[in-house]
Design a protein around this ligand. Sequence first.
Ligand SMILES: C[S@@+](CC[C@H](N)C(=O)[O-])C[C@H]1O[C@@H](n2cnc3c(N)ncnc32)[C@H](O)[C@@H]1O
Length: 246
Amino acid sequence: MAFDSLKHKAVKSEDGSFTAYSNEFEEHYHSTKDGALHESLCKHVYPALKHTQEKEEIFILDICFGLGFNTLATLYALKNSNKKIHIYSPEFDEDLVQSLVDFNYPKEFYTYKNIISVLAKTQKYESKKLSINIFLGDARVFVRETDIKFDIVYQDAFSPSTNPLLWTSEYFKDISSIMKKDAILTTYSTALATRIALEENGLKVYLHKGEGFRNATLASKIDLDYEKVDVAHKMRCNPQVNSLKD
Ligand SMILES: C[S@@+](CC[C@H](N)C(=O)[O-])C[C@H]1O[C@@H](n2cnc3c(N)ncnc32)[C@H](O)[C@@H]1O
């Protein structure tokens, strides 16, 4: 099956890796400016793996699978590691998942071609140290119904204005309840409404900034070694902003 379809088409991003544009959501899957691979590694994978480096086994919630960059970039970043990894990723676009066998991935992901074809066919991949499960359905339902507790949450849905139901306070309540005490959540969103929703649900909010990528957000129930965002102060300065609600 060709990747380009009426729903989405591949687009080259600034680091040379391809992302896609969704005609349905009218948005790119990644920041074309930061680059798909670069964004995935810098905003999600590196801070999350740094935070969990002492753990021998990690449970990751990848919201949502999309082109699978966050899952594949995790494997790439852990290629010399002995950790046991379990990745769960909701995605409601079954055609998209099936078409990933034809997606033009960066060379860093070439060794995972077999994993991609198995996932495209069965949505499950299992080896000694790795399990990946794509849940074909609504992320809200998965988050509400799973009894797994996660070490890492990659919050990488389309933007709050495009896909608000994956950014509401009620949604983050469910997310918070399936995060372990020391879990970390990563997201590209720096919107105050998102940060309020995180804080309303017991998560401390941190600014994640670095060379070569736009600012992002990290959150955890415990203290992190990053610049804490003073959400209460920002709310006083922007009284018109509130968290999104269902
Ligand atoms: C920004 S893309 C994810 C990018 C992905 N993390 C990657 O690295 O390629 C958002 C994805 O969320 C999916 N999606 C949107 N709303 C959803 C929902 N309620 N449940 C499950 N998947 C959803 C879309 O089909 C799309 O593939």
